[in-house]
Design a binder for this molecule. Structure first.
Ligand code: SAM
Ligand code: GLN
Length: 303
């Protein structure tokens, strides 16, 4: 079946009205044929989005026929998903902790494991006040905005090499009412940070996917999400190798370095931290699946 036939999946059969349920079932079949694993759920989300109702509300209207203008608005979304564009880009949003973030092509879709990274920083920050954070590779602003919203952070600097990603971060900061406390700077890693600037926390979810893993990624990731947000050299550690030593002078003594790393990389990253000779209390935190995906360390030295 060709991509162009998607229209036919939601075309009216002779004399038969197309109900919400009917469209949902046909769309789910169509997406499943295109290899979408969560076909039914995604069809429901896109239809609810088209109709401007919640999924539950839609359930109560299963037998309602759809009119032609509703179908016309729905078809392009279905077609996009059939091309394996991520659902979040199509809906234009992703929930992250207490935030509803705008996302789209050009910015990484924040992941659940990154919510755990925020959790680790918040646990460290508990009881502390007036903290200032640096979020390297802020993307949509997910980490920075959560710290500002949930912890004792008064200010956060977010850097990113991608101007496009920073535009999403700026809109998300505005939408969350946090724009005055998030300072966005374009540039590579700690390049946009002054020599005399000091932070209580340096946090980052950097690119850490090995180039060799490219073929194992889902089409939603590899064909749609920005490559510069994902890949970091042959072993995936190229960016972490730079961040670990570069973050030390930007941290106050006693401040926290908090990094998200790939599955199986924690040992190598702990070794990078040790080699930097500026940190103590290296800790690997398990994620929800029990894998060591978060590495933290405390800036050592005399205060
Ligand atoms: N922090 C966001 C999150 O957790 O959803 C985005 C994380 S994404 C894995 C990595 C981000 O780092 C991307 O936004 C990418 O543009 C940015 N990035 C990649 N290389 C960079 C570099 N050398 N300097 C600054 N930012 C970089
Ligand atoms: N968790 C993402 C993935 O596996 C990668 C994000 C990253 O490199 N920081 O697709």
């Amino acid at each position: 079946m060709s991509a162009g036939s998607s229209g036919a999946q939601v075309a009216r059969a002779e004399g038969e009205p197309l109900t919400i349920l009917g469209v949902m079932l046909r769309s789910a079949d169509y997406l499943a044929e295109r290899g979408v694993e969560t076909a039914r759920l995604d069809a429901e989300h896109m239809l609810a989005h088209t109709l401007g109702v919640g999924r539950l509300e839609m359930y109560l209207q299963h037998e309602r026929p759809l009119d032609e203008s509703e179908l016309e608005r729905f078809r392009p979304l279905l077609r996009r998903r059939a091309q394996r564009e991520p659902l979040q880009y199509i809906l234009g949003r992703q929930a992250f902790r207490d935030l509803e973030l705008e996302v789209g092509p050009g910015v990484l879709i924040p992941r659940p494991e990154t919510e755990q990274l925020v959790e680790a920083v918040l646990a460290w920050a508990k009881g502390k006040e007036e903290l200032v954070a640096l979020d390297i590779g802020t993307g949509s602003g997910a980490i920075a905005l959560s710290l500002l919203q949930e912890g004792g952070f008064t200010r956060c600097v977010g850097t990113d090499a991608s101007a496009e990603a920073l535009e999403f971060a700026a809109r998300n900061a505005n939408a969350a009412g946090l724009a005055s406390r998030l300072e966005l700077r374009e540039g590579s890693l700690l390049g946009p940070i002054g020599d005399d600037e000091r932070f209580d926390t340096v946090v980052s979810n950097p690119p850490y996917v090995a180039v060799s893993e490219r073929d194992a990624l889902q089409p939603e990731v590899v064909s749609w999400e920005p490559a510069e947000a994902l890949f970091a050299g042959a072993d995936g550690l190229d960016v972490l190798r730079q961040i670990v030593p570069a973050a030390a002078p930007a941290l106050r003594v006693g401040g926290l370095l908090a990094l998200e790393v790939g599955d199986g990389q924690a040992g190598a990253v702990v070794e990078l931290v040790r080699k930097a000779e500026s940190y103590s209390d290296m800790t690997v935190h398990p994620d929800l699946a029990g894998k060591g995906r978060i590495v933290t360390a405390v800036r050592a030295g005399r205060s």
